[in-house]
Design a protein around this ligand. Structure first.
Ligand SMILES: Cc1cc2nc3c(=O)[nH]c(=O)nc-3n(C[C@H](O)[C@H](O)[C@H](O)COP(=O)(O)O)c2cc1C
Length: 147
């Protein structure tokens, strides 16, 4: 089985809730999934997985979710060559039209810069997350199929 780590950063629980559904889709696609809060994850452990899925909400005006800062900084200098990657996250295009889901774009670029191959389009969820649970599972399945 292909080993996937899904690492999420979530302040009010939206990305965390989406992560469960993305993970369900990945599992439906026969991937072996480990879900981790970024606050409890280390960059070193990325080496143990074939694929990396990041889930991150956007805060401030286009910033990563708070808990992701240290992890993102720690990624400096690591190689993710040979790994596959994909990124999702919720945001709010009504209140933040100029920085809608910027965190998703930042993390996708980081994965690419470190040598990972992006295997699915960024998945951005606008506003309430509950209506997107089904789409989140479908996206997870799509990622699994691209592994
Ligand atoms: C103070 C504040 C700043 C925010 N900044 C942005 C932003 O720049 N871009 C965006 O798309 N969403 C922004 N949002 C919306 C959050 O990303 C959104 O509520 C998200 O669902 C939170 O997910 P989480 O609970 O997993 O952290 C902001 C929300 C707040 C309250």
């Amino acid at each position: 089985m292909v080993k996937v780590v899904l690492i999420y950063g979530s302040t009010t629980g939206n990305t965390e809730a989406l992560s469960e559904h993305v993970a369900a889709g990945l599992e439906r696609g026969m991937a072996e999934v480990t879900v981790k809060d970024v606050a409890k994850a280390s960059v070193e452990e990325l080496a143990n997985y074939d694929a990396i899925v990041f889930g991150c909400s956007t805060w401030g005006e286009g910033d990563l979710q708070d808990d992701f800062f240290d992890f993102h900084d720690a990624m400096d200098g690591i190689s993710l060559k040979g790994k596959k990657g994909a990124v999702f996250g919720p945001g709010d295009s009504e209140d933040y039209p100029d920085s809608f889901c910027t965190a998703v774009d930042i993390l996708k670029e980081s994965l690419e810069e470190h040598g990972a191959e992006i295997i699915a389009e960024n998945f951005k969820i606008d506003g309430e997350v509950e209506p997107a649970f089904e789409d989140a599972e479908a996206w997870g399945l799509k990622v699994a199929k691209a592994l």
